[in-house]
Ligand binder design. Structure first.
Ligand code: SF4
Ligand code: SF4
Length: 180
């Protein structure tokens, strides 16, 4: 079984929003409804507080709170890839998943009346391509691959660069890791 995952190295990220725009373009999303969001966070403790901006998207949690609350099965974890996917035919737009996601990774699609999010471009990956955000990243800050294989490039980079997930204390077991 694969477990698709991603590394985002913030030391290489230019915060140019190319990933955000690539996602909108690929999926025909209106501006501002990309599956990748640039978010600002405060880190550290007073007085050594620092504001950082980082790209946030669905973390493809292995223990996803969004899946647990979805009343229709519209969002589900795919065991073959370890990703969290959407069946838009089943989505009734109740937004329970948006409330449950601790990363703010989902957005409401006003036109469709459903909730959208990053799906790791699995249709591209099945064709041997990289996710659009990875392919577009000018700083090569993103790596995508199989976290289930400890010898994969992404697994080795996560280990070597000491990458960490966001909020590991929540127990969601994200599949997106960051280098700060
Ligand atoms: S990041 Fe949010 S939307 Fe994605 S799997 Fe985790 S809880 Fe669900
Ligand atoms: S908005 Fe759609 S995906 Fe989210 S909980 Fe409701 S039915 Fe499930």
């Amino acid at each position: 079984m694969a477990r698709y995952g991603m590394l985002i190295d913030l030391t290489l990220c230019a915060q140019c929003s190319a990933c955000t725009v690539a996602c909108e373009a690929l999926y025909g999303l209106p501006a501002g409804e990309s599956g990748v969001h640039l978010r600002s966070f405060e880190t550290g403790r007073f007085p050594a507080v620092q504001r950082i901006t980082l790209p946030v998207q669905c973390m493809h949690c292995q223990e996803p709170p969004c899946v647990q609350v979805c009343p229709t099965g519209a969002t589900y974890r795919d065991p073959a890839t370890g990703t969290v996917q959407m069946d838009y035919e089943r989505c009734v737009g109740c937004r329970y998943c948006m409330t449950a996601c601790p990363y703010g990774a989902r957005q409401f699609d006003e036109a469709q009346g459903t909730v959208a999010k990053c799906v790791f471009c699995t249709s591209r990956v099945e064709q041997g391509l990289q996710p659009a955000c990875v392919e577009t990243c000018i700083g090569q800050a993103r790596l995508f691959g199989n976290l289930g294989d400890p010898t994969s490039e992404v697994s080795r980079a996560i280990a070597e660069r000491k990458a960490v997930p966001l909020h590991p204390e929540l127990g969601t077991q994200p599949s997106v890791f960051y280098v700060f």
